[in-house]
Design a protein around this ligand. Structure first.
Ligand SMILES: [Zn+2]
Length: 182
């Protein structure tokens, strides 16, 4: 059995609805995943992957579908390339580069809103995978940005929190206006 067998036929799975800011759940600190949470987590993954791939997005954290648990999915491969999914359970950043990088970010919970965010250019992340192994990976570039963005969600932080109050308020107002029009 491989870690991602459940992704076969994922395009047929109904996507889990994604919560849109300012939904209060997005602001809560998620709790650690315990062994007894794994059944629920496995149940949720197909719908979450389906939602992320359909959006399309490159990351989705549990709080974005209303689950207050510390796990997130990422897959930063181009749509035309073979998928490279990761599920990070109880992730921790154990090292980060002094070198910073600015990259434009968006978020499935803040649709159509983008801004440049400055973060460490590379990080070393420790997490558990679906097989229960503890993994450590040094990541950089887009994957580093994505993982840091998703890990922020586990602490109730959104990418706009890294911006000035003026920029953040502008984006939140624009989002509210656009959501009202839908
Ligand atoms: Zn996000």
């Amino acid at each position: 059995m491989s870690e991602f067998d459940f992704l076969n036929g994922i395009d047929e799975v109904a996507p889990t609805p994604i919560l849109i800011a300012p939904q209060p759940v997005l602001r809560q600190v998620a709790r650690e995943v315990r062994p007894e949470d794994m059944a629920l987590l496995r149940d949720q993954l197909p719908g979450m992957f389906s939602a992320m791939y359909k959006a399309p997005g490159i990351g989705l954290a549990a709080p974005q579908v209303g689950l207050g648990l510390r796990f997130a999915l990422v897959d930063v491969t181009d749509e035309d390339k073979e998928r490279a999914p990761m599920v990070l359970i109880n992730p921790e950043i154990i090292e980060e580069s002094e070198q910073l990088a600015a990259r434009e970010e968006g978020c499935l919970s803040l649709p159509n809103q983008y801004a440049e965010v400055v973060r460490p250019e590379s990080v070393r992340v420790r997490y558990r995978n679906l097989l229960g192994d503890t993994c450590e990976r040094e990541v950089s570039d887009l994957l580093a940005t994505c993982i840091q963005h998703e890990m922020d969600h586990l602490d109730g932080i959104l990418f706009v929190d890294h911006l000035s109050a003026i920029k953040r308020n502008m984006i939140m107002r624009r989002l509210a206006k656009e959501q009202k029009r839908r």
